[in-house]
Ligand binder design. Structure first.
Ligand code: FAD
Length: 440
């Protein structure tokens, strides 16, 4: 018996249900990844991370006697072609929720039927399958986080899938060449792959204790930074949640539930990246290209906003508190549409994905599932609270390196002589009316 496993964003051998099932049920397994040339154009950072993860996955599969078969083109056509040439009876893959993924699944279903190949979809992208937990009253998904979190935490989770010990590729299958690892755009971005994910997981579990106190503290950098590894499935979210529970890190487990939450929202509402989730969420946004440009470049003149935007470019990642501040600044203060914000983040973030990026943006913009959609975020107060010494700002905005302490958050309040010598802009022209909140 032969089975094809189509890897998508589950680039790991540990707790990979599709791979484990194939290895348990078939004598020969074809682990396959198909490079879709269109997807690479979206984000050089994620393309680099993907290629590093593929190289690592190939090495892990080779160690077990198998290989990672690489093809370029349409994932459906390539998987069917390999299944036919190897005489495989089935194709297994992880179920996913984005529109792209679901169209791919649907086409795969049709092609498998046509060629009499069995298709099996597996869990593994989230802790709990999207759509498995339904609200009472027949809603398609939970719209509010707290009730979802309650049932999610009480639900029976699946068991971790076995790591294969031996993999046998059918004879005559050419593994295919992995192209050279392309360049990303961010010089300080994290490295992809399951090996790196496991190294970081081990370190993180030693530091998880003070997470509740530290996760909002921007200079402390006290979060796991595991999001890119979850994004590409280099690390199993179920394994991570179970490990955190063992350490009694409930606050951390709760954050992982946010991730699952937005997946089940996306399953029920696939237009999440383009359409407001909330009825009446169609707000009249300002079309201010200049403000958008300054926001993207990290030159708004509001240091905490600029620091976050520059961290994004430098690392392909941004601290969650800074994501909240920068997104609220664009939408609630500059009054600019959340959708260009989604796209900008999506270009740079290693962890960028439709459910979490769009879901969080909509939450911040007040078009999503926030139960208090009109809340305002004062960036100066946020900065004073979560970067009280200004360490985070000075780390990412070198023009302000010489300004000591909390004063760095309001350079416009420095004595005129000092301010003139700083190579740093004043707050945006279009934004000066807001001077009231700039002076808390
Ligand atoms: P930790 O604090 O260590 O948390 C552990 C894990 O929990 C994270 O890796 C992540 O998987 C999950 N998590 C934490 N906070 C959230 C949250 N608010 N929503 C969903 N999951 C969460 N996260 C993404 O993975 N991809 C995105 O594209 C993304 N875009 C965002 C856009 C905006 C405007 C905002 C406000 C948040 C966004 N987030 C996104 C959520 C969050 O900022 C990141 O998951 C987090 O900063 C990742 O860092 P970490 O792994 O150190 O998090």
């Amino acid at each position: 018996k032969t089975a094809v496993v189509l890897f998508t964003r589950d680039l790991r051998i540990r707790d990979n249900p599709a791979l484990a099932a194939a290895c348990a049920n078939a004598e020969q397994v074809v682990p396959l990844f198909v490079l879709d040339p269109d997807l690479g154009k979206l984000s050089p950072n994620r393309t680099r991370f993907l290629h590093e993860s593929l190289a690592d996955l190939r090495a892990a599969l080779r160690e077990k006697g198998g290989d990672l078969v690489i093809r370029t083109g349409d994932p459906v056509a390539e998987a069917i072609e390999l299944a036919r040439t190897t005489g495989a009876e089935g194709i297994g893959m992880a179920a996913d929720v984005s529109r792209y993924a679901r169209r791919r699944e649907e086409r795969m279903r049709q092609e498998c039927e046509r060629h009499r190949i069995a298709l099996r979809l597996f869990p593994g992208v989230t802790v709990v399958n999207p759509g498995e937990l339904r609200p009472g009253g027949g809603g398609a998904s939970y719209r509010v986080f707290s009730p979802y979190h309650r049932v999610w935490r009480a639900a029976q989770w699946r068991d971790e899938a076995a790591t294969p010990t031996k993999i046998k590729l059918p004879p005559g299958v050419a593994a295919g060449r992995l192209p050279a690892i392309p360049k990303g755009e961010s010089p300080d971005a994290a490295r992809g792959g399951e090996t790196e994910a496991r190294r970081r997981l081990t370190t993180w579990l030693k530091h998880i204790g003070p997470y509740p106190e530290l996760h909002n503290d921007m200079p402390a950098d006290g979060t796991s930074r595991l999001s890119p590894y979850l994004r590409f499935g280099c690390l199993s979210p179920l394994e991570l949640a179970q490990a955190a529970i063992k350490q009694e890190a409930e606050e951390y487990v709760r954050q992982l539930c946010w991730r699952d939450f937005y997946y089940q929202v996306t399953l029920a509402f696939p237009q999440l990246s383009t359409k407001p989730l909330r009825p009446n969420g169609d707000i009249e946004w300002r079309d201010d290209k200049d403000a958008l440009q300054h926001w993207q470049d990290g030159t708004t003149g509001v240091p905490v906003v600029d620091a976050g935007m520059r961290q994004l470019r430098a690392e392909g990642w941004m601290h969650n508190r800074a994501r909240l501040i920068t997104a609220a600044f664009l939408t609630k203060h500059l009054g600019v549409d959340w959708r260009p914000g989604v796209q900008w983040f999506f270009r740079w973030l290693l962890d960028g994905d439709v459910p979490n990026n769009s879901g969080n943006w909509q939450w911040v913009a007040g078009t999503g599932n926030d139960t208090r959609p009109y809340r305002k975020f004062n960036p100066i107060r946020q900065a004073q609270r979560f970067d009280p010494e200004g360490v985070y700002v000075r780390r990412y905005v070198p023009e302000l390196k010489g300004v000591e302490g909390v004063a760095v958050h309001q350079p416009w309040r420095l004595p005129e002589k000092v301010r003139r010598d700083l190579d740093y802009p004043g707050p945006l022209e279009s934004h000066r009316d807001e001077a009231v909140w700039l002076r808390p």
